[in-house]
Ligand binder design. Structure first.
Ligand SMILES: [Zn+2]
Length: 310
């Protein structure tokens, strides 16, 4: 059975790519407070209860630890209409960060960002004054109107590709940027994918680990045991690796249906991320939009896309 996995993963990756290139979608990822600032914040207990929710404005919000969604009183959580009405935070979605080869199809290059292009994109974000945020910050903003850093953006990486750890992470580190990594657990430890230790390192370094199912099957087709295989078991695996609760989910191919929302909620997820299509007005937290940052895009094109898409 084990020998089947690499082939399956390759096929899934191919499926993922094929699905992604049917959309003009992108992903994004979020950032958290620098650990030194978080540590400083911990020394002032008075700041903790309100810090994530409402109090801190502008760039000081960088230093404010966001509250866990579970600690926000239900009475403080705004209704769906208010959440839907809030300006969206730009979220970028990346997959592979590597130079193109002759075997990469034209459409595949949308989700394969060459190393120099990635570096240029991230530099543009930093030069433009963007601050990365992480999902807890986004959740507090969407549900309670909590302040965010100036020019917030979330960077997300899907599918567990190894170059996210070896190439993207060190580049983001240069700017103090943090990101979200949506892991499909079938790939862990396989060639060209991240290991469990790498995922733990990302988590320990202040990035956020989210779930991207076991092997990337379409959520719209889940029945019965599929929820155990694709959601429950991967969540447990990721929680064992990180020692943290897994609260955020990214739909494979960005595909969702409203029937999935209660299934995800009862499993403890606070929010779920799709791609560029419209949000669900009744449940905007479970259809948070991202756009795929294409490998073809110059920094200027990326900037224009961020402005126009959100
Ligand atoms: Zn994916």
């Amino acid at each position: 059975m084990k020998n089947l996995f690499p082939a399956a993963a390759t096929l899934l990756a191919a499926l993922s790519l094929a699905a992604c290139d049917t959309k003009t979608a992108t992903t994004g990822e979020a950032r958290t407070a620098p650990s030194a600032e978080a540590a400083a914040a911990l020394k002032t207990p008075e700041a903790a209860p309100t810090s994530g929710a409402a109090a801190v404005a502008t760039d000081e919000a960088n230093a404010a630890p966001a509250p866990d969604p579970g600690t926000i009183p239900a009475a403080k959580v705004n209704d769906a209409a208010a959440i839907y009405a809030r300006p969206q935070v730009p979220i970028l979605c990346y997959h592979q960060i590597r130079d193109w080869t002759g075997r990469d199809s034209r459409s595949a290059k949308d989700y394969i960002v060459p190393v120099a292009a990635f570096k240029a994109q991230v530099k543009m974000l930093a030069d433009s004054g963007y601050h990365t945020i992480l999902p807890d910050q986004l959740y507090a903003y969407l549900t309670t109107g909590a302040k965010l850093p100036s020019k917030p953006i979330m960077l997300t990486f899907d599918d567990t590709d190894l170059d996210q750890f070896t190439i993207a992470r060190p580049e983001l580190d240069k700017y103090g940027y943090k990101a979200v990594y949506f892991v499909m657990t079938v790939s862990l430890g396989r060639p060209h994918y991240m290991t469990k230790d790498m995922v733990k390192q990302l988590s320990d370094q202040g990035n956020l680990i989210g779930s991207h199912t076991w092997d990337h099957h379409n959520v719209k087709k889940y029945q019965g045991q599929d929820w155990v295989t694709q959601i429950d078991k991967p969540t447990k695996t990721l929680e064992e690796i990180t020692g943290k609760k897994i609260k955020y989910f990214a739909y494979p191919f960005g595909l969702w249906n409203p029937q999935a929302f209660p299934e995800l909620k009862q499993r403890g997820f606070a929010a779920a991320f799709s791609l560029a299509e419209k949000r669900d007005q009744q449940d905007p937290l479970f259809t948070i939009r991202r756009i795929i940052a294409s490998g073809y895009w110059s920094p200027r094109t990326l900037h224009n896309s961020i402005v126009q898409s959100f």
